[in-house]
Design a protein around this ligand. Structure first.
Ligand code: UDX
Length: 451
């Protein structure tokens, strides 16, 4: 089939690469000239496992092209929209890029085409868009909502092995056309109306975020009563009704989706006169998890001014170079505010972090340079490089109290304690001898931090 994908971000580029690999004739339209130049040369502007190979393969077979102009979608049966829908400070979604491409599509349409919305848009958008745009077109255009559930770091695998394909729309011909595009992918296709499909995306992300905040609350309680979150979450997750995923306590969720979509759904709720209090709490807990790390560092080290803290991990999760809404970036900003010296390291995300952080952070070329001279380390991303680090070599280059704050519970706690570190995980027993409970929580002082 002849497909146009508008937007060469994570979703658009993965869709374009995978569809061309499956034999479809794909043009990917991107207005950013820098990105376009890289893509035409077969280079992907961000790290995503396996994607560059797919792009190169598509370019070589002539099934994938890149174009900077919207004209390129004029002769395509299917037009997928995968442009950014960033959040505004109040949580409202900025739909300006969507409006701009919808305008162009409608203006250029010369034969019946199917518009497939892959970008995350607020529930109700599609119904509105149909009235606002499609009715103006000179030819009949169909509109389908087809939300994407790809995870960064495993997006290519997720494309070929989704749990389900959700299609929202009322045009049966268009739905079967889109279903044909996915022929070969072994997953149930669930059809519904447009608004419901839009809601599925928000509900799924909000639910996963809820699991994370829930387990983080249980982790805080574990510290209060002297329990350990690791066996607790493992055993809770063994209940198949609950499932073992998204139950890892830590610094909370980051990335381009969960923070934006939880706030976006909260905004939609408020606009519709509904107070989604559960979701508000999920968002609040996630904010607190980041502040918790700073509070703990201050508790052990005293004033942070003049202390050196190594932050290991800048990406919002392992397997990606993406630092959007990454907890470690926010924590580093707080540490700098308090006068700490920060040494930062990430195996993949250094460049992106450098652009996002203010001056004053020392970006270490390797993990050993990052830990050198530190009073405390904060592991903020669960990269395997940190769990397999030669910790025996780390202690001699650090200063007392040799604090290791394991913000992702990914290190071997006992081993680190034996090697002379003051190990403290999230929801794990308090590290000071004779104390099993976290005194910060006990005194009720853990939140809020000073602004
Ligand atoms: C997410 C959704 O999983 C995906 O379906 C959607 O399309 C986009 O948003 P992604 O942002 O790539 O994908 O990351 P994901 O692997 O879901 O993790 C999100 C965040 O939650 C990360 O910061 C991760 O560290 C955190 N997380 C995840 C936890 O803190 N605990 C967990 O148990 C799982």
């Amino acid at each position: 089939m002849r497909v146009a994908v508008i937007g060469a971000g994570y979703v658009g580029l993965v869709a374009a690469g995978c569809l061309s690999h499956s034999g479809h004739d794909v043009v990917c339209i991107e207005k950013d000239a820098r990105k376009m130049a890289l893509l035409k040369a077969g280079r992907v502007p961000f790290f995503e496992e396996g994607l560059e190979e797919l792009v190169l393969f598509g370019l070589k077979r002539g099934l994938l092209q890149f174009d900077g102009q919207m004209e390129a979608c004029q002769d395509r049966e299917i037009i997928m929209i995968a442009v950014g829908t960033p959040a505004r400070p109040d949580g409202r979604i900025d739909l300006s890029q969507i409006y701009a491409v919808m305008d162009e599509i409608v203006f250029r349409a010369r034969f019946p085409q199917t518009i497939v919305m892959k970008s995350t848009v607020p529930p109700g958008f599609g119904v509105n868009a149909k009235e606002r745009y499609l009715e103006r077109a000179r030819v009949p255009l169909s509109y389908l909502s087809n939300p994407e559930f790809l995870r960064e770091g495993s997006a290519v695998r997720d494309w070929y092995h989704p749990d389900r394909i959700v299609i929202g729309g009322d045009d049966e011909t268009a739905i079967s056309r889109l279903a044909r595009l996915y022929a070969g992918i072994d997953a149930p296709i669930v059809t519904m109306d447009v608004s419901s499909a839009e809601m599925v995306k928000y509900a799924a992300n909000a639910f996963l975020a809820t699991k994370i905040s829930f387990i983080n609350e249980i982790a805080s309680l574990c510290e209060l009563v002297g329990a350990d979150i690791l066996p607790v979450s493992r055993a809770v997750g063994m209940d198949r009704r609950i499932g073992d995923q998204f139950l890892q306590a830590g610094l909370g969720y980051g990335g381009s989706c969960f923070p934006k979509d939880t706030c976006g759904l909260d905004f939609v709720s408020t606009c519709n006169g509904h107070a989604f209090n559960l979701l508000k709490a999920v968002i609040e807990v996630n904010k607190r998890q980041r502040l918790l790390a700073v509070r703990r560092l201050r508790h052990v080290l005293g004033r942070l001014h003049g202390k050196t803290i190594g932050v290991l991990g800048l990406a919002f999760k392992p397997g990606t170079d993406d630092v959007r809404e990454s907890p470690s970036l926010e924590i580093i900003n707080l540490l700098l505010d308090e006068g700490a010296d920060v040494r930062a390291y990430d195996p993949l995300a250094m460049e992106n972090a450098r652009r996002a952080l203010p001056d004053g952070v020392f970006f270490a070329p390797g993990v050993m340079e990052a830990v050198t001279d530190c009073h405390a380390l904060l592991v903020a991303t669960a990269w395997p490089e940190f769990s397999t680090l030669d910790w025996a070599a780390v202690r001699p280059v650090m200063h007392p109290p040799y604090l290791v704050m394991d913000g992702r519970n990914c290190l071997a706690a006992e081993e680190l304690r034996q090697k002379g570190f003051l190990y403290w995980g999230i929801g794990r027993p308090y590290p000071v001898q004779g104390e099993t409970r976290n005194p910060l929580i006990k005194t009720g002082q853990i939140f809020p931090l000073r602004q």
